[in-house]
Design a protein around this ligand. Structure first.
Ligand code: FES
Ligand code: FES
Length: 163
């Protein structure tokens, strides 16, 4: 065991864990940040995607000892009030079905738009292809990423769901 100090969503956290513990489990079990999900555990599904210094990474295979002073952002920290352009586009298009994969999808899309604000359709497809969705929401995911890139929804147009 060793003490690891992590900067997550702009806050300092610490955990006394085995250095090989995947970041995912430190986030979920030690810090209570359960928005990041466990899917496959072998970097194949994208459910566990978070940002490390703004880059999308698979937290299920990243040992906590490799995080160091990098800034970790989880779905809880993407925006303080759910008004990141990708979150607003997701809401507008009504993307989720069961929702399980969605935090990972949103984190992957947000990282893409940060490094490439106007991605082509094939760049969107290429980036999002690593995030699996058992419910098959791929069409709406694509639509929402395009909306966030081309016509970002403004915060004021977010309306409460009535269903
Ligand atoms: S749980 Fe990390 S990629 Fe599937
Ligand atoms: S919305 Fe159900 S797994 Fe993607």
């Amino acid at each position: 065991m060793a003490l690891f100090k992590l900067l997550v969503n702009g806050r300092n956290y610490q955990a006394d864990v085995d250095p090989d513990t995947p970041l995912l489990w430190v986030l979920r079990d030690h810090f209570g940040l359960v928005g990041t999900k466990y899917g496959c555990g072998i970097a194949q599904c994208g459910a566990c995607t978070v940002h490390l210094n703004g880059e999308a990474i698979r937290s299920c295979v990243l040992p906590v000892s490799a995080v160091g002073k990098s800034k970790v952002t989880t779905i809880e920290g993407l925006s303080s009030d759910g008004t990141h352009p990708v979150q607003l586009a997701w809401d507008k298009v009504d993307v989720p079905q069961c929702g399980y994969c969605q935090a990972g999808q949103i984190m992957t899309a947000a990282a893409l738009l940060k490094r490439n604000p106007k991605p082509t359709q094939s760049e969107i497809d290429e980036t999002m292809t690593g995030n699996l969705c058992r419910c098959g929401t791929y069409h709406r995911i694509r639509e929402a990423v395009k909306l966030a890139a081309e016509h970002p929804v403004s915060g004021s147009s977010k309306t409460p769901k009535t269903k």
